[in-house]
Design a protein around this ligand. Structure first.
Ligand code: NDP
Ligand code: MG
Length: 392
């Protein structure tokens, strides 16, 4: 029996993880965490009877304890960032599913690895912010970091134990998002338009990232970190059918691809059951009905976030952390109607340009850069709004 803790259980990945678990025999849920979605958590407690839960703040924890007592549950409740570190450390958990959105998941993932728990990771922002340090720590502690992101699960499956020196390049596929073929003025794109993704139903932050293609930029960095290859070996291909989830070309010219109908429950299940492959409910792929598989080069000028991500990856040091943090702030401002769609890349660019890096590479310098970037991006947005002028 594998015992798991799901961080971010009320989210898109968290919910699908529980859906997968409910159909598997050998996995039990010992812990769940949400930030503020207590109603969803209560339903999940009724269904999975976890021994531990964690919520975002102390007051919610207090109310939840009363509800648990009234309903005869013997669940321990943690709260806040400290609570996340406590729930990943519980002795009776073997694996942590990291499905929190944003760099907010960083401390809990590092703590999990320190506690020698395997991590199934969806939370790509942590890999972008301090991924090299996380991989180093996982090697030292003999911990597995298993990809949940569909492309990275695909690459992992294509590599199948091959040495990284045998990889010629990685072909990271992208659906292209809702604006890949958009011919109109990008600055007029509304929140409603940006929140409609052609293939995947996901949380709001990643849906906006998929529209700007920052998601693919973050994923290129995620690829470089997880598979230990330089960013120059990661090539993005727009693939509107979202059927080939990524490919690896090896030194001898062989290209190995992983295909399936797009359904996040497949990579989630593989991360949970690895190295086993067990039966799933995922619809069989019908290539005859699909008829065509297309691939195009992305337009880096139309989607400046992609260029910014590659530039930051090449600069190294804390630049990926700066990219990620300023993007989180900019996306949140766009979701709150404070800035335009095209301002997202401008906020990120201005923050990256203003950053003075530290020569020291460590989790601390990355976390400091993350904090500096958030403050810089927030004051940049606020000052533009108060002056009523646009971004350059
Ligand atoms: P959602 O927004 O749907 O869910 C986020 C989850 O994290 C929720 O449970 C939320 O709790 C919790 N959460 C948010 N902020 C905090 C915080 N500061 N501290 C603790 N918990 C927090 O996101 P997704 O499920 O879409 O994405 C999760 C991660 O997986 C992201 O990194 C994303 O890039 C990645 N990913 C997602 C895919 C998808 O298909 N959705 C595909 C591949 C990767 P609450 O509900 O209470 O706010
Ligand atoms: Mg992905």
């Amino acid at each position: 029996m594998k015992r798991i803790v799901v961080l971010g259980s009320s989210g898109s990945i968290g919910g699908q993880t529980l859906d997968v678990v409910s159909k598997l025999k050998n996995i039990s849920v010992v812990g769940l965490s949400v930030k503020k979605n207590i109603l969803v958590l209560k339903d999940q407690i009724k269904k999975f009877h976890p021994k531990y839960v964690c919520v975002g703040n102390f007051d919610d924890a207090k109310d939840l304890k009363i509800w648990l007592k009234r309903n005869n549950f013997k669940t321990t409740v943690f709260s806040g960032d400290k609570g996340l570190e406590e729930i990943v450390s519980v002795p009776n958990a073997d694996m942590i599913v990291a499905a929190i959105v944003g760099a907010a998941g960083l401390k809990s993932i590092f703590k999990a690895v320190k506690e020698k728990k395997d991590v199934a990771i969806a939370n790509k922002e942590v890999l972008v912010c301090a991924g090299l340090e996380l991989m180093e720590l996982s090697r030292k502690n003999g911990v597995k970091i298993l990809p949940v992101d569909s492309e990275h699960s695909a690459i992992f499956q294509c590599c199948c134990g091959a040495k990284k020196s045998q990889i010629k390049k990685i072909l990271l596929t992208a659906s292209g998002g809702p604006f890949y073929k958009y011919k109109k003025d990008f600055s007029k794109i509304t929140l409603e338009q940006a929140l409609v993704h052609p293939t995947w139903k996901m949380g709001k932050k990643i849906t906006v990232d998929s529209a700007t293609l920052m998601n693919k930029g973050l994923e290129a960095i995620e690829t470089s970190v997880l598979f230990g290859v330089p960013i120059e070996k990661v090539e993005i291909l727009i693939h509107p059918q979202s059927t080939v989830h990524s490919m690896v070309e090896f030194n001898d010219g062989a290209v190995i691809a992983q295909l399936s109908n797009p359904d996040m429950r497949l990579p989630i299940q593989y991360a949970l059951t690895y190295p086993e492959r067990v039966t799933s409910n995922i619809k069989s792929l019908d290539l005859v009905q699909l008829k065509k598989l297309e691939f195009f080069k992305p337009d880096f000028r139309k989607f400046p976030c992609l260029q910014l991500a590659y530039d930051c990856a090449k600069k190294g040091l804390q630049y990926p952390a700066v990219l990620n943090a300023s993007n989180e702030i900019a996306v949140s401002a766009f979701l709150n109607g404070k800035i335009k769609f095209t301002d997202i890349a401008r906020v990120v660019n201005n923050t990256v340009e203003a950053y003075s890096p530290s020569k020291r590479i460590s989790v601390r310098t990355s976390v400091n850069a993350d904090m500096w970037s958030r403050n810089f991006a927030i004051s940049l947005i606020d000052s533009k709004i108060s002056k009523g002028c646009g971004f350059s």
